[in-house]
Design a protein around this ligand. Structure first.
Ligand code: GAL
Length: 337
């Protein structure tokens, strides 16, 4: 081997060692960059989570003296846009990504890019399929157990019915006639919430009968339009509105208010800021609220640890090495005397 080639080889080895942290005495990071992509920036629940993420990042900075830069992008419902955002985050040198996938069945392109660049990903709220999650041990998912949510929603009505049947069977005919507002058809939460909420009502002995139902894609305005139609088609019939989320529940309440109809019980899910306001003003019967402080802390806590190259934080125990489920609780308006 010539002297020139040996020098070249040594140079390459030095460069490689440097890239991997060199001597092993790596300087601790003093700043980290986190790329966050939201499936839709105008979603109420996602906006609530976003605020907590920003809050937690600031808290972390103040407590630990590490600069945390958040780059938050809105994918506006396009998976293609989100794939490009992921690429940009990586080229900007993000240490970790927090992704709220647009299409949870189509996370593979984002995962490929993150794996190639060795950038860990914390997914949240829209759960990628198991096959994708199992591709790498640096992929995480934080969310709420949809079956638990639904059972709590059903239980809230069951408890009320047992305590005071007339509060649920409003016209006293022995049947509780309900309508159902569903979220996006491809979302894990819609399918599971619908199934288990109604099953819990039936198993709990509430004599429910479905009048009709429809998909309103989590949106207040779509739900309001559906409810308006139903109030026209089934006048004086609806006693209960079971909604897959708070925003659609609020849409139903908007339509009830416009039609001047009172006495219909409406239940939601999320515990969003407007949802809780409607509960406090007595319009919404109840909601199932995920603990957003814990939700946001788990996403940020995990993201920061991964960005710093540390192990997963123990406060948020992972099931199957990938999943953390946020606790949730029933919030119900005080009973009328
Ligand atoms: C659900 C939530 C909805 C909506 C949706 C977006 O978990 O209940 O309100 O935010 O996620 O993925």
């Amino acid at each position: 081997m010539t002297g020139k080639r040996i020098t070249g080889l040594l140079l390459t080895m030095c460069m490689l060692l440097n890239a991997c942290g060199g001597t092993g005495r790596e300087e601790p990071k003093t700043s980290i960059r986190i790329g966050i992509s939201l499936y839709r920036g105008d979603d109420t629940f996602i906006n609530n989570i976003r605020s907590i993420l920003e809050e937690k990042a600031k808290e972390y900075e103040q407590e630990n003296g590490i600069k945390v830069t958040l780059d938050i992008q809105d994918a506006k419902g396009s998976q293609n846009t989100q794939n490009n955002q992921v690429e940009r985050f990586i080229s900007l040198g993000c240490d970790v990504l927090c992704i709220n996938p647009v299409d949870r069945m189509d996370a593979s392109v984002m995962i490929d890019r993150a794996m190639n660049a060795q950038v860990p990903v914390v997914f949240f709220n829209r759960q990628p399929v198991e096959e994708d999650m199992n591709r790498w041990d640096q992929l995480y998912y934080i969310g709420v157990d949809a079956k638990e949510t639904a059972m709590l929603q059903g239980q809230m009505v069951v408890d009320l019915y047992r305590e005071q049947p007339s509060a649920v069977d409003r016209n006293g005919d022995g049947v509780v006639s309900y309508v159902l507002l569903e979220g996006e058809s491809s979302h894990q939460d819609s399918l599971i919430r619908t199934e288990w909420s109604i099953r819990t009502l039936k198993d709990g002995g509430v004599p429910v009968e479905k009048i009709t139902g429809g998909i309103a894609n989590w949106e207040r305005s779509q739900a309001s339009a559906l409810m308006e139609q139903w109030l026209g088609s089934y006048p004086d019939t609806i006693e209960l509105v079971v909604s897959n989320n708070d925003d659609m529940a609020l849409g139903a309440l908007d339509a009830l208010e416009r039609a001047g109809v009172t006495g219909v019980n409406v239940v939601g899910i999320d515990g969003t800021t407007p949802g809780i306001e409607a509960l406090e003003s007595g319009k919404l019967l109840g909601t199932v609220s995920s603990n957003k402080e814990i939700y946001g802390s788990a996403v940020m806590g995990l993201a920061v640890s991964k960005a710093l190259g540390e192990a997963e934080p123990e406060e948020y125990p992972l099931s199957n090495g990938h999943y953390y489920w946020t606790p949730q609780e029933i919030l119900i308006r005080p009973m009328e005397e």
